[in-house]
Design a binder for this molecule. Structure first.
Ligand code: URA
Length: 209
């Protein structure tokens, strides 16, 4: 999988445009995050390993492909990543789930860790990290640093929207981690928000503003 995959499917793009609109209500925003999360998961999982196993159809015995290997891990970067959990799990319900808690120091824009809980044996699983916004890339890079320290080797990062700065930062810090996103926007503004973006993803998912 290449380092950056922009999922330019019309359904994804349409839903993303609805998500960007400032008058989209919380209920619809949350549902759209889930739906786009599902569609991105479909793309992010396209190279999952399968093995052929004997199965019995109502007609005859045959060999058919089934997912192989350890159950994948799904890691949400708190708190906005939680908005993408249900969409992901609706596609891949067997995934084990973990959380990385990072908050952004609003002055330095640097991530500060406050919570970490991940499934065991990370090194034997594909680890999908979700966060709706890849802005500066600081949180994503810090979360992946932590996960690698815990043994993760095969990682993918899924986000709804990204800034060129975040994509670049991920590519230089973690060139081995593919990024799957619905769009790369123009830039970051001086507050670290993606432009044109969609605003504060966490606030819009959870209705906290
Ligand atoms: N986090 C957000 O929620 N929105 C942005 O635009 C950037 C970071």
């Amino acid at each position: 999988m290449s380092h950056l995959t922009v999922v330019d499917h019309p359904l994804v793009q349409h839903k993303l445009s609805l998500l960007r609109q400032q008058d989209t209500p919380t209920v619809q925003f949350r549902a759209l995050v889930g739906e786009i999360g599902q569609l991105l998961t479909f793309e992010a999982t396209r190279d999952m390993p399968v093995v052929k196993k004997p199965i019995e159809t109502p007609i005859q015995l045959t060999e058919a492909p089934l997912l192989s290997g350890r159950k994948p891990a799904l890691i949400s970067i708190l708190r906005a990543g939680n908005g993408m959990l249900d969409g992901f799990l609706s596609i891949l319900p067997t995934a084990r789930v973990g959380f990385v808690g990072l908050y952004r120091n609003e002055e330095t824009l640097e991530p500060v860790e406050y919570y970490f809980k991940a499934p065991p044996n990370l090194g034997e699983r594909t680890v999908f990290v979700v966060d709706p916004m890849l802005a500066t890339g600081n949180s994503a890079v810090a979360a992946i640093d932590l996960l690698k320290r815990e043994g993760a080797k095969d990682l993918k990062f899924i986000c709804l929207l990204s800034a060129p700065e975040g994509v670049q930062r991920m590519a230089s810090a973690h060139p081995d981690v593919p990024v799957i996103t619905a769009a790369v926007d123009e830039m970051l503004n001086s507050n670290g928000y993606i432009v044109p973006g969609l605003g504060d993803a966490g606030d819009r998912i959870f209705g906290t503003r």
